[in-house]
Design a protein around this ligand. Structure first.
Ligand code: PEP
Ligand code: CO
Length: 456
């Protein structure tokens, strides 16, 4: 309970107070009146998620911060409007569910499933413009802002796309809720998984044992209770996206009956990107006022002072589950870069859930000019993160992946052996390279192994 005389740390906040601060990475709309009309519509349309779901997630994240649950967050770097279709959505849900079952087995902890989906449509870019053959146009900023093809009209930010994004987020979440309520039951059983690739790994027999033990536990539970696992155990899926386009986020930020404060009802778990986490900036100002659990991506340039200041500003009551740091240092920098940050946070007893994003610090460009990531670097960053956090008296409480349930060839390596020559075959990402179905499932098996070692 707060002492009566202590001032409410959010009393000087309003959903639009961020507008008085510098806002990085915002598109410029040539027709401000059209933009305002879209925002007026967005602020009337019904919310995509509810405050009670948000509060449930926050309680679960608090348990992850305290070490009794584990967060699995994953999905596309940039969701595309074209991929808003049943097969792609079901495949994404399937891989996340299967990975989570593998992690439950390895870590012996309940797993919180959070998709980077139903709204991951706005991207930060390193440059505002792109030049090709002497022509300079605005950079592509995600399907909710402008279009990918390199033509002036397509690259001009179009406010109508904000509505299309909101609608597709709504369609996606509607289908996800329906799948979870009904047709997902079989996927609990590894008999239905596509595990053929596992044979190519030196760890094949260990993988097989792990998967068999999942099947055995499920069958045992079902025999014991006379119910299927799906009936016994309704799985939750939560949504997340980078809260980048602040006018869009503000339009969905509401007060709800019988609860204090403001909720961003566009998603359960928004995050601030590594490029927009400035303490003086508009994103931190907007995020400090909402009740949702929030995350901040932190990369190698962060200082211990900045990390502490983010804790003070974004989680002034030091509530467990309210603030997650998603660290993305890269396999080569995490061992040196992460400890000073974790030590500072530990020393000041700040409540933070540590979640490793082993993707964004490990991006490289091939000679052919494709962005890719190596499976072994991704795994190495996870391994080091477990070790570093335990060494600092904290613990790794979650992971954040860019992945898809489809058979793309964007990341290199894994038991299925994607090579540089394979990349062009099924490279579909519009922004960053994702783990494919097999790579993601194998990553979960290896992560389960690391979690089991931690438990020893
Ligand atoms: C992302 O998650 O796609 C991203 C841009 O990450 P970061 O903010 O960590 O660079
Ligand atoms: Co990305």
């Amino acid at each position: 309970m707060m002492h009566e005389t202590s001032p409410d740390p959010r009393s000087d906040w309003q959903p639009d107070s961020w507008q008085r601060k510098p806002a990085a990475q915002q598109p410029v709309y040539p027709d401000p009146a059209a933009f305002r009309a879209v925002l007026a519509q967005l602020s009337k349309l019904p919310p995509l998620v509810t405050s009670w779901e948000i509060e449930t997630l926050k309680r679960q994240l608090a348990e992850a911060a305290l070490g009794t649950r584990f967060l699995l967050q994953g999905g596309d770097c940039s969701e595309s409007f074209d991929d808003c279709e049943s097969g792609v959505i079901a495949a994404k849900l399937k891989i996340l569910l299967q990975m989570s079952i593998v992690l439950v087995q390895g870590g012996q902890k309940r797993v919180i499933r959070v998709g980077r989906f139903a709204g991951q449509y706005a991207k930060p870019r390193s440059a505002d413009t792109e030049t090709k053959n002497g022509v300079t146009l605005p950079a592509y900023r995600g399907d909710m802002i402008n279009r990918l093809s390199f033509e002036a009209e397509e690259r001009t930010p179009d406010p109508a796309l904000l509505l299309r994004g909101y609608e597709r987020a709504g369609l996606t979440i509607n289908f996800i809720r329906a799948l979870i309520d009904g047709g997902f039951a079989d996927l609990h059983h590894p008999e239905y998984w596509e595990l053929g690739f596992v044979r190519n790994s030196p760890l094949a027999s260990e993988y097989t044992r792990r998967v068999e033990s999942i099947g055995e536990s499920l069958r045992f539970m079902e025999t014991l209770t006379g119910n299927t696992i799906a009936e016994m155990n309704r799985v939750d899926f939560f949504t997340s996206h980078e809260g980048l386009h602040l006018h869009y986020e503000q339009a969905q930020t509401r007060q709800v009956p019988r609860r204090q404060g403001w909720y961003n009802l566009a998603t359960h778990f928004p995050w601030i990107g590594n490029r927009t986490r400035s303490l003086e900036g508009a994103h931190v100002e907007f995020f400090r006022g909402i009740q949702n659990p929030i995350a901040v991506k932190i990369g190698p340039t962060i200082t211990p002072e900045e990390a502490l200041a983010l804790c003070e500003v974004l989680n002034p009551r030091n509530e467990p589950g309210h603030l997650t740091f998603i660290h993305r240092f890269g396999a080569d920098q995490v061992a040196a870069g992460l400890p000073p940050i974790v030590e500072a946070v530990q020393r000041r007893k700040k409540m933070v859930l540590w979640c490793c994003d082993p993707m964004h610090g490990n991006t490289e460009t091939t000679r052919g000019g494709l962005k890719t990531r190596r499976f072994e670097k991704i795994l190495a960053e996870l391994e080091t993160s477990f070790r570093v956090l335990t060494g600092c008296g904290a613990h790794l409480g979650g992971v954040h992946f860019e992945l898809t349930g489809d058979n793309v060839t964007e990341c290199l390596g894994g038991a299925s052996g994607v090579t540089e020559a394979d990349l062009a075959r099924a490279y579909r990402s519009q922004v960053d390279p994702r783990l494919n179905y097999e790579q993601a499932l194998e990553m979960a098996l290896l992560l389960a192994r690391l979690m089991a070692q931690q438990n020893k």
